[in-house]
Design a binder for this molecule. Structure first.
Ligand code: ASP
Ligand code: MG
Length: 412
């Protein structure tokens, strides 16, 4: 039997009515002759509530107990979904992560999947079960304790199951109807993409287009799992949503396929550091040890043996970065005249695999920003992405004007 993985996010299982609606979608696929593995999230808002309770009791919580508590949201929806399907006369059974067992490492609250044995579930399919409903987000450690995969982790559960069971496709049902060229709240010209390449999706996901957990896209790319993102609130059709797939499946595409943004960035500059071998290591080592996620980096040319070093990081990590750098200065590991933080910046990025073969994208991006009078503070590029740091107050304007300049409202 061909097999499909269908994942329903929190809003799609937010109450009994919606669980029934989701179950109907599953019924449609079963009727087409598929065996289905359904991955469910917790009801919308439930995980936040559980995390809140843990924090209230124990701010410095034991991560094993955190996992025991927060995994419970998915335990409930898995059972309810199986019951709903049974009421529709579809043979269904629920599985908790440990029952599969979805084996992870011991990094509680951010566990990595190590293995998903398929024999238990396949044996049940062999006995006539048509739908296996699996609680997303959770697994079991080598010590036999419940683990969770990090917030948004049921996307990753879904992709991992699709890879392990060789599913034809992995459908991710959510509250948006696909992946857009940019955030539709910023410009109503944003267009839903029919297809997007894994690599582009990865850039968009990590740049703050919060449709899919970044890890799930990495996994999908590694195992070539075709992912379809679609809404559980709209009528189903075979070409609904956005297909996230290998580049080779996409015939024509725009040079730039998406404009992403990340609002809460900060830019930090170390003024006048000694320019000597090892200085970058001496600066970024302590930052990394302090858990600061450094993104863009620029080192100025030096004058008389001294230089300025600038980097960006999420705005809520500025205090941590300052502490780490001042600590390193006190220990004599680095030496700088001043440390300046600009906490009013945002990052805007143009993403597209077409950039590999087409030049002039950067120039066009910079001209567009110039025409709007927007000053660029930091630039970084990768093979398929150009990012700039600008004043946060111009972020929307930058996204709108770039979306226009690259004509993203029109398909290739
Ligand atoms: N319920 C978990 C969360 O809210 C996992 C998920 O839904 O993906 O993060
Ligand atoms: Mg999610």
């Amino acid at each position: 039997m061909p097999l499909l993985v269908m994942k329903f996010g929190g809003t799609s299982v937010a109450n009994i009515d919606r669980i029934r609606r989701a179950a109907k979608r599953v019924g449609v696929e079963v009727a087409k002759g598929y065996d289905v593995i359904v991955i469910v999230s917790a009801m919308a808002g439930r995980t936040n509530e559980l995390v809140g309770w843990v924090d209230e009791i124990s701010p410095l919580y034991d991560a094993r107990e955190y996992d025991a508590v927060v995994s419970s949201g998915e335990a409930v929806t898995a059972g309810l979904m199986a019951l709903t399907l049974q009421e529709m006369d579809i043979p269904a059974r629920s599985w908790q992560g440990w029952q599969v067992p979805l084996k992870t490492n011991s990094s509680h609250s951010a566990a990595r999947i190590e293995e998903i044995p398929t024999d238990n579930i396949n044996a049940k399919f062999g006995e006539g079960m048509q739908v296996a409903v699996v609680a997303g987000f959770q697994g079991v450690s080598p010590e036999g304790r419940i683990t969770t995969l990090g917030r948004g982790g049921s996307d990753t559960t879904a992709v991992a199951f699709a890879a392990a069971f060789g599913a034809e496709r992995c459908d991710i049902y959510t509250d948006v109807d696909g992946v857009y060229t940019t955030d539709p709240r910023i410009t109503d010209k944003a267009r839903k993409l029919d297809k997007i390449a894994f690599e582009e999706m990865l850039e968009l996901a990590s740049l703050g287009a919060k449709v899919l957990q970044t890890r799930s896209v990495e996994l999908a790319m590694r195992y070539n799992v075709r992912l379809r993102v679609l809404s559980s609130f709209e009528e189903q059709s075979d070409d609904a949503g956005t297909l996230v797939c290998a580049e080779e499946e996409i015939m024509e595409s725009n040079v730039v396929n998406g404009i992403a943004y990340s609002r809460d960035e900060a830019k930090m500059t170390l003024i006048s550091v000694a320019d000597r071998p090892g200085i970058a290591a001496a600066i970024f080592g302590p930052l990394s040890n302090a858990g600061v996620n450094v993104d863009m980096i620029i080192q100025n040319i030096s004058e008389e043996g001294r230089t300025d070093m600038t980097f960006s990081c999420p705005v809520d990590q500025v205090a941590r970065a300052e502490k780490a750098l001042k600590g390193a200065k006190e220990k004599g590991e680095i030496n700088f005249h001043d440390l300046v933080a600009d906490t009013n910046v945002a990052k805007v990025s143009a993403v597209g695999i077409g950039m590999r073969s087409q030049s002039g994208v950067a120039a066009k991006m910079f001209q567009t920003l110039r025409d709007e009078g927007i000053n660029i503070k930091v630039i970084s590029t990768s093979e398929i992405k150009i990012s700039v740091l600008i004043d946060r107050k111009y972020m929307e304007l930058a996204v709108q004007s770039l979306h226009d300049a690259f004509e993203l409202d029109k398909s290739a």
